[in-house]
Design a protein. Structure first.
Length: 247
């Protein structure tokens, strides 16, 4: 049995009840770190764009009442400020932000001197240099604990995936920063539950340090990324199939 890191949680924080129910389910299966998006980078106007700062209270409740570490996505300096003030444990920078050197510079400056772990997703486009540059900007701002998430890339033909994994690009990046913890996000690569097992198996065969997976107490009611989320019991079953135990 392989031991791996695991971060899991809903694509979006939607309500206090949804957060607590999901967090309880995840705690029950041994998850120690919960992810949930508060500010959602949606492609189209008029779709659910996240609950914003209101959700910070729910994240804190999960942290304090259930003892889980909690993390969310930051895309603007004002998100960083709100997250630091609320005392969340970690943050991640999404694929639509890593793609932009100006935004990475702004975020790195907003984070200068912080000690919290910062996870960096690959950029939406298949450009390893942008991914490397995003990490370099954080290192230049003095951030010591940078971790990596591979979530696949937009390509003209990515079928059957939502975002083509392009494993060789991920490996090239990993070779550049071999010391950084490297996690795979099969949820945004696959875009559908049925593909998760095979993507995870491939990531494990390539020695990923952990998995970053979307899990929702009631996926069919999710306000974003409904087709790719797993209930906590289904996540436990997936880990079992993969012969993986959580670190
Ligand atoms: C997410 O993790 O919910 C998300 C928006 O991810 P990405 O930046 O990989 O699209
Ligand atoms: Mn999502």
């Amino acid at each position: 049995m392989k031991t791996m890191g695991l971060v899991a949680g809903p694509c979006s924080a939607e309500s206090r009840e949804q957060m607590l129910e999901t967090a309880r389910g995840l705690k029950e299966i041994g998850v120690g770190t919960l992810r949930a998006g508060l500010w959602k980078p949606r492609s189209r106007c008029g779709t659910f764009e996240g609950v914003g700062e209101e959700g910070l209270d729910w994240m804190r409740e999960v942290q304090q009442e259930l003892g889980l570490r909690v993390m969310t996505e930051v895309a603007l300096p004002c998100h960083v400020e709100a997250v630091l003030k609320a005392g969340l444990d970690m943050i991640w920078i999404g694929a639509r932000t890593t793609v932009n050197p100006f935004m990475m510079h702004e975020l790195a400056e907003a984070l200068r001197g912080c000690e919290l772990p910062v996870w960096v997703k690959n950029p939406v486009c298949p450009d390893v240099e942008l991914w490397i540059g995003a990490v370099e900007r954080l290192h230049q701002a003095g951030l010591k604990d940078v971790r990596i998430i591979h979530r696949g890339f937009c390509t003209v033909d990515s079928s059957p995936y939502r975002n083509a994994p392009l494993w060789e690009l991920a490996e090239r990046f990993h070779t550049h920063f071999p010391e950084l913890p490297f996690y795979c996000d099969p949820s945004h690569i696959g875009g559908k539950r049925e593909l998760l097992a095979s993507i995870c198996a491939k990531a494990i065969s390539l020695h990923a340090d952990g998995l970053f997976i979307e899990s929702h107490c009631c996926p069919q009611k999710a306000l974003s990324d409904a087709a790719q989320q797993l209930t906590p019991p289904a996540l436990a079953e997936l880990l079992n199939t993969l012969n993986v135990s959580i670190e």
